[in-house]
Structure formats: C-alpha cells, structure tokens
Design a protein around this ligand. Sequence first.
Ligand code: AMP
Ligand code: MN
Ligand code: MN
Ligand code: MN
Length: 286
Amino acid sequence: MIDLHTHSTYSDGTLTPEELLREAARLGLSALALTDHDTIDGVAEFMEWGKRCGVVTVPGVEISVDSKLPNNGHMHLLGLFIDPFSTHLKETLRYLLAQRNLRAEKIIHKLNSLNVPVTMEELLAEAGEGAIGRPHVAKILLRRGVVGSLQEAFDVYLARGKPAYIDKETLGEAAALKLIRDAGGLSILAHPHLMRYDTFAEARDKILELKKLGLDGLEAYYSGMPREYTEKLLALAEEEGFVISGGSDFHGLNKDSVRMGSGKDNDLQVPDEVLAGLEERRKARH
Ligand code: AMP
Ligand code: MN
Ligand code: MN
Ligand code: MN
C-alpha cells in the first residue's frame, strides 16, 4: 500500500518529514509522497529520510488554483515527481508563500476587528517553518478557547463566506499546470469531487478542459470520496488516458480523523500499481 498525498510541518501538517516516514515504515507502506501546500522546502529532507526508513519517496507539491467553481468548490493540483531543485518552481512558490503571509496579516486584522485577539507573532510561531494556513489560525483560536474545536473555527470565522475569510492569491489553471510540467512533474487533479460540481458531467467537462491545458492525471483514490465517484474517475481515466493517483491527504493532528495510508475509518487503500502507473507515465515523458 502507498499514500501519495501527505502534508508535513513545512505546510499545515503536524509531523516533520522524518516523522512522516517513520510512521509510513511503521504502517508498512511501500511508498509515500510529500505534497505540502505551495512549498517544496521539505522535499530534499523527505527523500533523505525515505532512504533511511526504506520507504520509496515521491517528491511532490500541492498547488491551489484559481478557478471559478460552484458551491464554494476549490481546485488543487498535485505535482508529483517534481524536481526538488527546480529554481523556477522554488521562486514561484516563494512568491505564493509571501502572498500567504500578506493574507495571514489580513485575516488577523479581521479577527482583531471582531475582538478576537491573535497576533502575527503567534501565528508565525504556530506555523514554524511552514507555509501559514488557516489551520494554524484555527489552532490558536482553539487554544485560546475562542472556539471549542478546529472545525468550529472554520465554521464561525475562517471558511469562505465567514467574517474572517480572505482569498488567497493563486495561479490560474494553465499557469499551474505549466509550472508543474516545467519542473518535470506529473500534474494530478487533487480530490476532484471537492470542485463541488452539482453533477459528474460538469466535473468531467472541466477535467477535459484541463486535459487540453496539459493535465496528466486524476486523484481517484481519496479518503472521504464516495465510492461511486472513484469508479467514475477510474472510468474517465481509462477513456481519456489519464494516469491515476491516490492518497489520504494526511495532516497529522490538524485533521486527526484521517490516518496515513488508510484514511478516515479505513476508507482508503491505494494499491502499489498506482505508483507503477505513474512511474511508467513519467518515463514515457522523457
Ligand atoms: P489555506 O491553505 O490557508 O486556505 O487552508 C486550507 C486548509 O484549511 C485545507 O487544507 C483544510 O485543511 C482546511 N480547511 C479549509 N476549509 C475548511 C473547512 N470549511 N472546514 C475545515 N477545514 C477546512
Ligand atoms: Mn491543508
Ligand atoms: Mn487539497
Ligand atoms: Mn492536501
């Protein structure tokens, strides 16, 4: 079994790359991808620890994409097998990271004007070396007793449409797909059901548009994705020649219902063949 979607302390996960790999080894996973939000700063370290722990590592990243979607849906792309030393990728991600910090300041400003006391210093300390995300804000609010759970922090303040919500500066679809390709990666549409189209037919149309822009594959196995949705994505991949990926979107204690490898209530099992398919596609590229 493998898991090709995980977050570390370099973004909004709670385990370091080393701890992720130790956990993967303990669980008997044969391969793991690190896909932090908008950063590859943890990838070199991750690959080093992979060798020590005897787990195959896939260098990756998860990029938020600016796309007009219905029902508060969102689009994320995974770049798998990206070159962790690509200067262009690093520079572009660094720009996005700087934008995240500006956004964090705006979120704090909004919270303060709602009489919720949070400071940028606290938030920077909470995020550590990681890309600041709303989950870090949520943790502070929980610790302060402002909310009773991380979910409540989103429901009351941080989710889109709530009073402390601020949009993130993101790349467009074409730019994000090109960024991944130029860095030698395979582009995978992460958790396609979270684009939240009302019907699969509409999601399919969007996916076919992305294919024209260079999309390589679909994350068909994902914790929390309805079984029928996985089936539809697998069929679409077969029809259209997409490669398949799968993962838990593990965030450690920041999303504590989701286990590495097995997801939520054991709802996930990503077969080793998925990695073989990705590797084959990658070789065909060269
Ligand atoms: P950010 O990158 O700052 O936009 O934060 C995105 C992360 O926040 C996601 O990866 C989720 O972990 C979490 N998140 C976003 N929306 C919600 C929500 N409505 N409820 C709970 N967690 C959420
Ligand atoms: Mn996250
Ligand atoms: Mn995502
Ligand atoms: Mn993710």
